[in-house]
Design a protein around this ligand. Structure first.
Ligand code: ZN
Length: 135
């Protein structure tokens, strides 16, 4: 079970969440049956989908996972509700923590107006250094 499409954008993830699911099959390989807004049925796997959106993007030379494939990946835990892979979510969390730590240091060293205690800062720094080893 492999998802090779990476993260998707938030609008596509939101559209995927609204897709009507007819059946979710986990064996022999994960697949999903969906009903389109026009009443047509589409069959998606982690590799391809029978919907027009997927084939149009393929023909344009811009292979992209459609919302049905994104929905399947989300149901399987390969993407989160925002359309991010666990790795991309980790990187986003890491950058956010890094920004917060930088702001703490700025207020402490430059402005001399610390907004967290030394103990809180040390704990945040220790966690940050641990996360850095996972980059
Ligand atoms: Zn599709």
């Amino acid at each position: 079970m492999e998802w090779t499409w990476g993260s998707t954008d938030a609008p596509r993830a939101a559209r995927a969440a609204k897709v009507k699911v007819i059946a979710l099959n986990e064996a022999p390989a994960p697949s999903i049956e969906c009903e389109g807004s026009d009443g047509a049925r589409y069959h998606a796997t982690l590799q391809a989908c029978t919907c027009p959106d997927f084939s149009i993007n393929q023909k344009k030379g811009k292979p992209t996972a459609c919302k049905h494939m994104v929905l399947l990946a989300t149901r399987l835990g390969l993407l989160n509700k925002d359309g991010l892979t666990p790795r991309d979510q980790f990187l986003a969390d890491f950058r956010q923590r890094e920004d917060l730590l930088a702001r703490c240091a700025w207020y402490y060293y430059v402005l001399d107006e610390p907004f967290v205690s030394d103990a809180e800062y040390d704990a945040m720094k220790a966690e940050y250094m641990e996360w850095r080893t996972q980059l």
